[in-house]
Design a protein around this ligand. Structure first.
Ligand SMILES: *[C@@H]1O[C@H](CO)[C@@H](O)[C@H](O)[C@H]1NC(C)=O
Length: 331
């Protein structure tokens, strides 16, 4: 009896301790900053809004505090950390893109080929397209299965595995950095990061969602999703029973694009870009560019319109300076 009473007491002491911790952590408000010179927010510490005080809240459904380092406004905002398929810079479904101009367009590419989504001097993002050609159709039906990201002399891959049947509880994400497979333990907010903090991968739910942050260059919000039987019926994809075509839904937030940026999605970020999709004036504007944007592999930058220069880009772009500021988080 004495033992169980003591256990009880310990339990309550721990409980009240835990509750105290909770109150303390709730009172914390994060401050965000951008630690690269090209950002208009450089050198500022900006407090998070009271609606979303933390940049990494422990509640998966809570909005997170975020700072857009490319925006001249320099204000923290509340954001969901999942790709928004109706937002700018997104590529979802059979790929349906939304450009920087907010215009929706489709780019079908080809099954089992690679195309450049974004190519700039310091960044290259390619996509591998998977899919099929249903009987009697004149084109491939495609989805984005993998992204290959090149920056400096590094490369990073995020891809979906190939399950026959979809199970939401099972993780279908696979990552590699400079050719080595990465293990990012399952679980909300589990994180992998290289020491120099150039790139990190953080899970935004227990399975199948992450945000990849190439610091000062791009944040990529990723989900893995299947093509459902229902989708297949509605669009007449005719997907077989033994493949659910697990693919990526992605949304990009760029911080450091040049005005010459290229790629299926990238070119919509050029200041004077006139979207051919706007002129088409049809319900489902399909844009071309297969020949300009095809690359020979997921990690090559050899497309006709590619701009990427591997190596140390701080030499090429003198506005980017690496600075290490103590205890300052960059979002
Ligand atoms: C954010 O800045 C405010 C004011 O400078 C400070 O009181 C607060 O402790 C800072 N928050 C964190 C998490 O460092």
């Amino acid at each position: 009896m004495g033992v169980s009473r003591r256990n009880c007491l310990i339990f309550f002491v721990l409980l009240s301790f835990a509750m105290n911790m909770e109150t303390i952590s709730e009172a914390v408000t994060d401050n965000l900053s951008c630690n690269f010179l090209s950002s208009p927010c450089f050198g500022k510490k900006i407090k998070c809004p009271t609606q979303c005080p933390l940049k990494s809240p422990s509640d998966p459904n809570a909005k997170v505090c975020s700072l857009d380092c490319a925006s001249p406004v320099c204000k923290t905002q509340c954001k969901h950390r999942k790709p928004n398929c109706n937002g700018r810079g997104s590529a979802c479904l059979d790929p349906r893109f939304i450009g920087a101009d907010g215009i929706v367009f489709y780019f079908h590419g080809r099954v089992n080929q690679h195309f450049t989504l974004v190519s700039d001097q310091n960044l290259q993002i390619n996509a591998r397209f998977i899919g099929l050609r249903p009987k009697g159709r004149t084109r491939d039906y495609t989805w984005i299965q993998a992204l290959g990201v090149l920056f400096e002399s590094h490369n990073f891959i995020v891809e979906s595995t190939k399950p026959t049947k979809w199970d939401h509880e099972i993780d279908h994400l696979k990552f590699s950095y400079n050719g080595e497979e990465l293990h990012v333990p399952q679980g909300y907010l589990s994180k992998w990061e290289i020491q120099e903090k150039k790139i990190s991968v953080e899970r935004t739910s227990n399975t199948n969602s992450v945000v990849v942050n190439v610091h000062g260059i791009v944040k990529i919000y990723v989900n893995v999703v299947p093509v459902t039987k229902e989708d297949s019926r509605i669009h007449n994809y005719q997907i077989p029973d033994n493949d659910c075509f697990a693919h990526l839904e992605v949304q990009f937030k760029f911080s450091d694009l040049s005005s010459k940026v290229e790629g299926v999605l990238g070119r919509t970020y050029q200041p004077n870009f006139e979207n051919p999709a706007a002129k088409l004036g049809v319900g489902m504007p399909v844009v071309g560019g297969e020949d300009r944007y095809r690359t020979t592999s997921l990690l090559s930058a050899d497309c006709g319109a590619c701009l990427f220069v591997p190596g140390d880009n701080s030499k090429n772009k003198n506005n980017v300076i690496e600075l290490v500021l103590p205890t300052v988080g960059m979002v």
